[in-house]
Design a protein around this ligand. Structure first.
Ligand code: G6P
Length: 609
């Protein structure tokens, strides 16, 4: 989604803003722009397309002089990607400039009122309404104007604002859209995400909903919407730049695939003490866990797929009923919460708008909320009752890999922990499963080492494929969903995932000579059933690639190609099969020459509904 960077300091702002924006490119965008104040005027440069175009337009920022500025990468919502719709937006007199992330839901109403008062609009965006509204209420006091428009705007926003009259001040405000403030010797910053400012500082303030910030060259002041001063404590970001750089890999996605053994280990190991799982951050005592009547798992995208695995493993091992929901559905469906219910929100970014709204819904219903989140200090992490962090480190590629793998790990940890407390597993079984779980990082590493060359070859064969089906049963179906999403989002090949048993109820009509079907057969008890479904599509001309465990000979007989993963306990096979699926998607997209870290139309962190 859109990215914001703002700077006030002693250095020229434009090159710093451009550099900061490149660090936010991963969020997904289609246009970019800068506004810089030189003390007497605000100059805006903006254009459709990649940051390279903006950089050329401004000669690397040189044409925009000034030490105060705001920058933006836009992911179009209201109005197509175009030079005019790009941010920053001006008021008519060009005395105020604004960059905005989020959506103003009542912008049409405000726009009509402003038009009646004689305001004229250049763009089709909701953002232009904000700057014209500021113009209407500005009488020389920026804070007063900002707090006034907050009472008028509905929807979500993170804003960076500069006023021509105040060349020594940068303003920011947010509601339901992430924003941080960074402070350093080099100057002070606002940004929608940490990587944009990591080169300059690790000392950040997380701006809370409804807070307004005034940044000067000397420092920062925080206010609530009544303009009362707020005291805030800075946090120190633990990541370093290297973690957010490509480090010799061709793409972030490949780097992140290779980082999975470490990410899974880092999520797993701190929670194992003396041969037992200990999850202190759950803050639930044994009685709370025993009394659990129901769990909701709510998430979007791949995090939702991790939640599906959560359902399989928690129900199977701990015998607690689990419902998994897409956050965009859950937030509007009025679910029933039995007395002892736990809602788990899974999110890499911790900022996904629908997941955050689902969290608030659950809390409104007095339900305990556990966040499973990767980004420390993100909105979901802050608003959940308790947070279990997935220690994947910064994930930059739009298509998630390592964060998803750590989310699976969190699901296994919870399932085993709950099962142990509820005594649905005996000690031997518990020990055996824990041993298997601890072997997963090493096995992921082996798979990457052993299978990459073969997968590169297979991928080169599938580059021209137009349609692909992923099928599986049980937990293999959840892997199929994730494999299919990976393939379509980065290679643009049409793909669908189906529970193998559902094929006959429609999708089989689409199978013709050469259609690629990827079958997942890692669930011993279900493999025979899935194998029958594979035979059905093969006899209608499908080309079959099966992924199965070592020792399973059935797949060899019915498939055109087979990739084998080590045989681990069936609850955890998805952590291995998904590595194969990620590599297949990656190498197909790479063969097609796609800019796969920033696939078209997609955003890393979806902060609008
Ligand atoms: C976007 C990303 C997906 C991600 C989903 C949920 O669609 O492209 O990779 O799974 O959002 O994001 P979250 O940050 O909540 O896990």
């Amino acid at each position: 989604m859109c990215g914001i960077v703002g700077y006030i300091g002693c250095n020229q702002a434009a090159p710093i803003l451009l550099e900061g924006l490149t660090k936010l490119e991963y969020r997904g965008y289609d246009s970019a722009g800068l506004a810089v104040c030189d003390g007497t005027r605000i100059h805006v440069s903006k254009c459709k397309g990649r940051l390279k175009v903006l950089s050329e337009l401004t000669k690397g920022g040189e044409t925009l002089k000034g030490t105060l500025g705001i920058g933006h990468t836009r992911w179009a919502t209201h109005g197509a990607p175009s030079d005019t719709n790009s941010h920053p937006h001006y008021n008519t007199n060009e005395t105020i400039a604004v960059v905005h992330n989020g959506i103003i839901e009542n912008y049409n109403k405000i726009k009509s009122r402003l038009c009646e008062k004689g305001y004229r609009f250049q763009s089709e965006t909701d953002t232009e309404v904000i700057v014209q509204l500021l113009d209407r209420y500005y009488t020389g006091d920026p804070l007063a104007a900002i707090s006034k428009i907050m009472t008028k705007l509905e929807g979500s926003y993170a804003l960076g604002i500069i006023f021509k009259d105040y060349p020594d001040e940068l303003y920011a405000v947010r509601r339901d859209n992430p924003l941080i403030v960074g402070v350093s010797e080099e100057g002070n910053f606002i940004a929608s995400d940490v990587p944009a400012i990591l080169k300059y500082t690790r000392k950040v303030f997380y701006v809370e909903n409804g807070e307004i910030v005034r940044l000067t060259r000397e420092g920062t002041q925080f206010f609530n919407s009544d303009l009362e001063h707020l005291a805030k404590e800075a946090s120190i970001v633990e990541w370093d730049m290297a973690a957010a750089e490509k480090g010799g890999y061709e793409h972030f996605m490949l780097k992140e695939i290779y980082e999975q053994p470490k990410a899974v280990k880092d999520t797993l190991h701190p929670r194992i003490k003396d041969g037992k799982i200990v999850i202190d951050e759950l803050n639930m005592n044994e009685d709370d866990i025993r009394k659990l009547e129901k769990i909701f798992i709510v998430a979007c995208g791949s995090a939702y797929h991790a939640g599906m695995t959560g359902k399989y493993v928690i129900e199977d091992l701990a015998r607690i009923p689990v419902e998994v929901d897409l956050a965009s559905e859950f937030r509007y469906r009025n679910p029933i919460y039995p007395k002892n219910t736990l809602t788990i929100i899974i999110s890499q970014s911790g900022e996904t708008a629908d997941s955050l709204a689902a969290l608030r819904e659950a809390k409104k219903n007095n339900c305990r909320v556990l966040g499973i989140v990767n980004v420390v200090g993100s909105s979901i992490a802050r608003e959940a009752d308790n947070v279990m962090y997935t220690w994947a480190g910064p994930e930059i590629a739009v298509a998630t890999t390592k964060a998803y793998s750590t989310q699976l790990t969190a699901m296994y940890l919870l399932a085993l922990h709950f099962a142990w407390i509820r005594q649905t597993l005996d000690r031997d079984k518990y020990d055996a499963l824990l041993k298997e779980l601890l072997s997963i990082p090493g096995r992921i590493e082996d798979i990457i080492k052993k299978n990459t060359t073969e997968i590169q070859y297979i991928a080169s064969k599938f580059v021209a494929v137009r349609d692909c089906f992923f099928i599986g049963r049980g937990n293999d179906y959840s892997a199929a969903l994730e494999g299919s999403l990976k393939l379509k989002e980065i290679s643009y090949i049409h793909s669908e995932a189906y529970p193998a048993g559902e094929l006959k109820h429609g999708p089989i009509a689409l199978i013709e000579e050469g259609t690629l079907v990827i079958g997942l057969l890692t669930q011993e008890k279900l493999n025979k059933k899935t194998a029958s479904n594979i035979v059905e599509v093969k006899s209608r001309g499908a080309f079959i690639l099966s992924i199965t465990c070592e020792g399973d000979e059935e797949a060899d007989r019915i498939s055109d190609l087979v990739i084998k993963i080590p045989a681990v306990d069936r609850h955890f096979t998805i952590s291995l099969s998904v590595i194969i699926l990620q590599l297949i998607a990656y190498y197909i997209a790479a063969c097609k020459g796609i800019d796969l870290d920033k696939p078209r139309n997609l955003a890393k962190s979806v902060t609008v509904e």
